[in-house]
Design a protein around this ligand. Structure first.
Ligand code: CTP
Ligand code: MG
Length: 417
């Protein structure tokens, strides 16, 4: 089941390791590709459909710089709430200030992120949300350590090689159920512990079990001048990255393809079914390894069918415990990403839900809107229909729900076709 999520971006540091007497702006306001670092970071969360509120923790001296970063953000999404709070002398204090200021916002989860990591991708955010939705207490984006590691007290002293297997380098975002991480931070403050440099370290101290999610080497933190020039190169070399992706107009995508999908889930004891990401109160729920969203599963299979890229089971095997309880929008995000990587776009989705109950009519619009948001297309390009099977067969006997989906995608026409 999807949990509501806020982003907490800490941007109150002074960037002393990247200081320049001629330009006193802290690193999160220095420019990459002509825009402040923070505006790139904001875009990553503004463009993510699951993030509804973004709390940026800033230094009291930086209000004008923050305003300029928001103006420079390229996102056109309008329904996000942007909030600010003032930070403290340490990162830990800044996070706590942001959490306190978010307390009344009512989000179930929070993704805590450094403003100085402008390249956080939708895939990394999705990986964290997937584990939170499945009930994790804390999730850390991290990358495997690739360099050989040595331990040495100081140069000139004998060194010792450290086995790097099982070692990971921590990144942000670090994601938690909101109340749990707020309580952990309050306990640390009460115990006068002020030395935590990241939130999963603090959470571990508070007894929280933290899980790992694959990060991305491109999601590096800008700390030094070398990092800033690497960031500039990364933006220039990757015009197709998340922040800068410009989608080709449909009129240029001449290769039109259609895929079909079909899925069935049986009822079991419960109180709601999830269809197209919408929870519909009902006397029973659908049984399945993930959240059993029969509508999204059919759509994902149809999307994969249209690009000839296997099926939902081949990408997300039910035997893998990782997908237990998973929110099925993750599967569709992945399928849409596969279409995007081919230079294509989804053009239309048509769904037929087959069941005697629950009644779909009252929820049709909500399902339509939600599917459109997940697939990043206008609701006018999504159709949701429902039918009974005249009391015949398993759907007629009210044993479960079946769904048919057809997805039309458009791809660039290859030169030699
Ligand atoms: N941060 C913060 N409040 C602080 C210190 C840090 O919000 N008192 C934020 C920074 O703005 C940054 C993130 O925490 O986005 C990670 O910290 P770091 O990379 O150490 O940034 P700075 O502290 O600004 O840099 P430096 O240590 O070089 O001074
Ligand atoms: Mg610092």
């Amino acid at each position: 089941m999807n949990k509501t999520a806020a982003a907490l971006i800490v941007a109150a540091g002074r960037g002393t390791r990247l200081s320049d007497p001629g330009n006193r702006q802290p690193k999160q306001y220095k420019l990459i590709a002509g825009r402040p670092v923070l505006s790139h970071t904001l875009d990553a969360f503004l463009n993510h459909p699951r993030i509804s509120k973004i709390m940026t923790v800033i230094h009291p001296d930086d209000t004008a710089l923050y305003g300029a970063a928001v103006t420079a953000a390229e996102c056109t999404v309008k329904d996000k709430e942007l909030l600010t709070a003032f930070g403290g002398d340490t990162r830990q204090q800044s996070v706590l200030a942001g959490l306190k200021a978010l307390e009344d916002a009512g989000c179930e989860c929070v993704l805590i992120h450094d403003a100085a990591r402008p390249f956080v991708s939708e895939t990394v955010i999705n990986g964290l949300l997937l584990q939170l939705d499945a009930g994790a207490e804390g999730v850390l984006a991290a990358v495997p350590v690739v360099d050989t590691l040595k331990h040495c007290e100081e140069p000139g002293q004998p060194l010792r090689t450290i086995d790097r297997s099982g070692l990971w380098a921590a990144q942000t975002p670090q994601a938690f159920p909101f109340k749990l991480i707020l309580d952990a931070h309050l306990s640390a403050a009460e115990a006068r512990r002020s030395d935590f440099t990241d939130d999963t370290g603090l959470a571990e101290w508070a007894g929280v079990s933290v899980k790992l999610s694959e990060g991305d080497p491109g999601n590096f933190k800008i700390t030094t001048w070398q990092d800033l020039s690497r960031a500039e190169t990364q933006v220039k070399q990757a015009p197709m990255n998340q922040q800068n992706r410009t989608r080709p107009p449909l009129s240029e995508l001449l290769d039109v393809r259609t895929g079909i999908g079909y899925d069935v889930h049986a009822f079991e004891a419960g109180d709601a079914v999830i269809l197209g990401g919408v929870a519909i109160p009902h006397g029973r729920k659908l049984k399945g390894h993930s959240d059993a969203d029969v509508v999204l599963h059919a759509i994902t299979d149809a999307t994969l069918g249209a690009i000839g890229d296997g099926d939902i089971g081949s990408h997300f095997p039910p035997s893998d415990p990782k997908w237990k309880g998973a929110s099925s929008d993750m599967f569709q995000f992945d399928a849409v990403e596969r279409v995007t990587k081919l230079g294509g776009r989804l053009a239309h989705i048509d769904v037929t839900i087959i069941c005697e109950e629950p009644k779909i009519g009252p929820h049709r619009d909500a399902i339509r809107q939600n599917v459109a948001q997940i697939c990043d297309i206008p609701a006018s390009r999504v159709s949701v229909k429902a039918t009974t099977s005249e009391r015949l067969g398993f759907t007629g006997r009210k044993e479960g729900i079946a769904t048919l989906a057809s997805v039309t995608i458009r791809l660039p026409l290859s030169e030699n076709e």
